[in-house]
Design a protein around this ligand. Structure first.
Ligand code: NAP
Ligand code: G4F
Length: 356
C-alpha cells in the first residue's frame, strides 16, 4: 500500500509515528491506538515470502489510508537511516525483535544482530538526522532474570538469563547512553509479559488458550508444556501500548516499568484458561511426571515435555510500576481472569470457524 504524504493538505498532517515490528502483537495494537489518536503511521515490516499482515487485518487497520507499510529489516543500518531520513517521523517506536527466549538459545547471533544492533542503528540515525525525534525502546522484564529483589522496579539490578535478555540489555543501556550523551529523547519501557488474542502461538499463554480451544473442539488431545512452576506478571497488550505512547509524551525521557504487580504460575494460568471453556483441571504427580487431568472425563490432557525446559530459566517475575502510575498516570487495567477469558473466547471462535 503506497501513501504519498505530499497529497495530504498541510493542516491534515498530523504527528507521524514510525513503528518497527508492525506485524507483531504490540506493533498492531500500537498502530491501532495511534491511528485512533489521528497519527499517521509508517509501519515497518520485514519482507517474507508469505504475507504476514493478519494482525492488522484482525484490528481492521490494514486498509487505513493513514497507515503506510514500509519494507525494512532493522539489521540493515543503511536502510534504517534512509527510512528515518525519508519519513522524518516525530516518534519512533522500536518494537521489532527476535522476541522468543527459546529461539535466542538456538540463534544467539541473529538475536544480538536484531535486538542489540537494530536499536543502535536507529539511535545513530536520530543523532545524525534529527535529534528531536523521540525514541521508544522495547526493553523487557527478562533483563531482571535471576531476580535480585522480590519485586522489580526501575532501580532493581539486572541479571539476564538468556541470549535474548542479554541482547535486550545492550539495547537498554545504549538507549540510556544516547539520552545521556547526546540529549536524544529516548525512553525505555521495561515491560513485563503482556498477552492478547493476537499473541504469537509459541508463547505459553497463547499455546495454552489455543490448545484449550482445539481440545474443546475435539481436534487435539494433549497439551505438552515445560516448566509449570515459573511465575509471570501477565497483563494485556492493549493496556501496555498506551503506556509506550505516554512515555513519549512525557516532559523528560526516562525508563519505566509497566506491570500488573501480580503474578501467577504457568500451572494456574492453564487451570484458569481451561475453566473458561468449562473444563476443570486437576494436577497430580511431580516434576516431569506431573499431569493435568480433566476432572469430568478423567482424561490426561496436560503432560510435561522436558525438551521445553530452558537451559537457564527465569523462575519468577513481579513488576512494580509505581513510577509509571505516578508520573504517567498509567495502570494495568485488565486482570489475568479477564485476559484468559478474552483469549480463550477468541480461540474458541477462530478455531471453530477454521474447522467448519
Ligand atoms: P512479536 O509479536 O514477536 O513481534 C516482533 C516483531 O518484530 C514482528 O513484527 C517481527 O516481524 C519483527 N522483526 C523481527 N526481526 C526483525 C527484523 N530483523 N527486522 C524487522 N522486523 C523484525 O513481539 P511483541 O510481543 O509484539 O513484542 C514487541 C517488542 O516488545 C519486542 O521487542 C519484544 O522483545 C518486546 N517485549 C515484549 C513483551 C511481551 O510480553 N510481549 C514484554 C517485554 C518486551 P515478523 O512478523 O516478520 O516476524
Ligand atoms: O511465554 P513465554 O515463552 O514468555 P517469556 O519467556 O517470559 O518471554 C516473553 O515475555 C518477556 C517479558 O518478560 C518478553 F521480553 C519476551 O519477548 C516474551 O514476550 O514463557 C513464559 C514461561 C517461561 O518460564 C517458560 O519456561 O513459561 C514457561 N513455559 C512452560 N511451558 C513455556 C512452556 N513457555 C513456552 N513458550 N512454551 C511452553 O510450552
Amino acid at each position: 500500500m503506497e501513501t504519498n504524504y505530499s497529497t495530504f493538505r498541510k493542516e491534515e498532517l498530523k504527528k507521524i509515528a514510525l513503528i518497527t515490528g508492525i506485524t507483531g502483537q504490540d506493533g498492531a495494537y500500537l498502530a491501532k491506538f495511534l491511528l485512533d489518536r489521528n497519527y499517521r503511521i509508517v509501519g515497518c515490516y520485514r519482507r517474507s515470502s508469505t504475507l504476514n499482515f493478519w494482525r492488522l487485518q484482525e484490528l481492521m487497520i490494514y486498509e487505513n489510508n493513514c497507515l503506510e507499510l514500509v519494507d525494512l529489516d532493522i539489521t540493515d543500518p543503511v536502510a534504517v537511516s534512509n527510512v528515518v531520513r525519508k519519513h522524518k517521523p516525530h516518534e519512533i517506536y522500536n518494537l521489532a525483535a527476535q522476541s522468543f527466549v527459546t529461539s535466542s538459545f538456538e540463534n544467539p547471533v541473529l538475536t544480538a544482530n536484531i535486538n542489540s544492533l537494530g536499536p543502535l542503528y536507529f539511535l545513530e540515525a536520530i543523532r545524525i538526522v534529527d535529534k528531536n525525534i523521540r525514541f521508544y525502546q522495547a526493553s523487557t522484564s527478562e533483563m531482571y532474570g535471576l531476580i535480585q529483589s522480590s519485586s522489580q522496579d526501575e532501580n532493581t539490578p539486572f541479571y539476564p538469563r538468556s541470549p535474548y535478555a542479554v541482547s535486550k540489555l545492550y539495547a537498554h543501556w545504549i538507549t540510556v547512553n544516547y539520552r545521556e550523551s547526546y540529549g536524544v529523547f529516548a525512553a525505555c519501557g521495561i515491560l513485563f509479559n503482556h498477552e492478547s488474542p493476537l499473541r504469537g502461538e509459541e508463547f505459553v499463554t497463547k499455546k495454552i488458550t489455543s490448545a484449550v480451544a482445539r481440545i474443546k473442539h475435539g481436534i487435539q488431545t494433549t497439551l505438552f508444556l515445560g516448566n509449570l512452576n515459573a511465575r509471570r506478571d501477565w497483563g494485556y497488550a492493549a493496556d501496555y501500548v498506551e503506556g509506550m505512547w505516554k512515555m513519549l509524551q512525557a516532559e523528560k525521557p526516562e525508563n519505566y516499568v509497566l506491570a500488573t504487580g501480580k503474578n501467577e504460575t504457568i500451572r494456574n494460568f492453564a487451570k484458569l484458561a481451561f475453566k473458561e471453556a468449562g473444563i476443570e483441571i486437576k494436577f497430580q504427580g511431580a516434576k516431569e511426571n506431573e499431569v493435568g487431568i480433566d476432572t469430568q472425563t478423567g482424561d490426561t490432557i496436560i503432560r510435561i515435555d522436558k525438551k521445553l525446559y530452558r537451559p537457564a530459566e527465569v523462575d519468577v517475575l513481579l513488576g512494580n510500576s509505581t513510577k509509571a502510575n505516578n508520573e504517567l498516570n498509567w495502570k494495568a487495567r485488565t486482570s489475568i481472569q479477564e485476559l484468559a477469558k478474552v483469549m480463550v473466547e477468541y480461540d474458541l471462535q477462530s478455531i471453530g470457524q477454521s474447522i467448519k
